[in-house]
Design a protein around this ligand. Structure first.
Ligand code: FAD
Length: 336
């Protein structure tokens, strides 16, 4: 395994931030993984595992070791008349796994089509989109404890998945490397078109809710709304949506009778993008950074920005939303 020094990460994070890692290694096999845990450069330094770099913001050079996960492989480990268990290695691209499932006729992750990044990072924030979350299909997670190199299997419940959250982003932050994920997918058709934008799009394009049509529709909607990181640096939604109770909603409605909100089982969601838009940030550019003109949740690097510039913009947005609505925006992106 080759250890590189002073390695530039600009191509390894979708924000396109130019920072250097003191040490850098690529994991290509389980043999590399075993070797990794005995490397002095690994044992004696700060470490971070990286997949597609589509949910990180580097704010400075990384004074430690960056480990790029490229562990590949997908296999069906169990099958019965109704379900299959698919185990995918953490370095597989998430969308390749979606395509694999769609082509095989397995239901459950088609709504999560085209989410950038790797399978290993998917449990980190319980990826979600278009009315589905990883939580709906996750069976278990195989991980290595970074301190000891010991392998552990987390059941779905043990992963403590929540809205853009998991044990790996909380209590166990920085403690585990996720090497593989097993999903339980359905052989029986289970179309989920509860998300209004998706059902309307299928209707408008005169398509029935087949597995492939749903996956294609989600991909098309995403392409029309979200900036492509290959063209313009971004990490998707920078902030999480805001959840409030009834009392807070009533209070807000006194000043903002048209406040956009969605209610589910007594919990009220206020889309963070709407709050940012109301503070007139949508489409605004400040130097090298800005807020996307089609989706106010997405912060962008027009080129040459530093992580500090993105943070400065994010902080200004947080302050505006706090001043106008008294609500606290929380970043979804992992700040390093
Ligand atoms: C255009 C765009 C659209 C997006 N849309 C969505 C969306 O719809 N829904 C959604 O949920 N997310 C979305 N995202 C965010 C992102 O794609 C997901 O969070 C994705 O799961 C990140 O995967 P990654 O491999 O790029 O992770 P990275 O950015 O490489 O890592 C993210 C975090 O996980 C850690 N990590 C990565 N791999 C491992 C591992 N194997 N073990 C332990 N820790 C690890 C990293 O240290 C870091 O803290 C979007 C991003 C972009 C750029």
């Amino acid at each position: 395994m080759e250890i590189k020094q002073n390695y530039n990460l600009i191509k390894l994070n979708t924000f396109g931030i130019s920072v250097n890692a003191k040490f850098f290694v690529e994991l290509n096999s389980e043999k590399d993984l075993a070797e990794l845990f005995s490397l002095p450069e690994f044992k004696d330094n700060k470490k971070i595992f990286l997949g597609g770099g589509s949910n990180v913001l580097f704010t400075k050079d990384f004074d430690g070791i960056v480990v790029l996960n490229k562990l590949k492989g997908m296999e069906i480990t169990k099958e019965d008349a109704e379900n299959v268990l698919i185990k995918a290695m953490g370095g597989e691209l998430w969308h390749d796994l979606v395509i694999y499932a769609v082509n095989k006729g397995y239901w459950g992750i088609e709504n999560l089509s085209l989410i950038p990044g790797t399978v290993g990072a998917a449990p980190m924030q319980n990826i979600g989109a278009y009315g589905a979350e990883l939580k709906d299909t996750l069976f278990n997670v195989e991980a290595f404890e970074i301190e000891t190199g010991e392998k552990k299997t987390f059941t779905k419940e043990e992963c403590e998945l929540d809205y853009r959250d998991s044990i790996f982003k909380n209590k166990a932050k920085g403690k585990y490397f996720i090497s593989a994920v097993t999903l339980k997918l359905s052989i029986m058709p289970k179309p989920n078109i509860s998300y209004k934008i998706l059902s309307e799009y299928l209707e408008k394009t005169r398509r029935t809710a087949t597995l492939k049509n749903i996956s294609d529709a989600v991909a098309e909607i995403r392409k029309s709304k979200l900036p492509d990181p290959k063209i313009i640096g971004n990490a998707g939604s920078f902030f999480k949506n805001v959840f409030i109770g009834e009392t807070k909603l009533r209070e807000l409605q006194k000043n903002y009778p048209n406040i956009l909100h969605f209610e589910e089982e007594g919990i009220i969601k206020i889309p963070a993008g709407w709050l940012i838009e109301q503070c007139e940030w949508k489409g605004k550019r400040v130097g090298n950074v800005g807020v996307h003109d089609k989706q106010a949740l997405v912060l962008i690097n027009y080129g040459g920005a530093t992580g500090a510039e993105i943070i400065e913009l994010a902080n200004k947005i947080i302050t505006s939303v706090k001043e106008k609505f008294g609500l606290e925006l929380m970043p979804e992106v992992n700040i390093v």
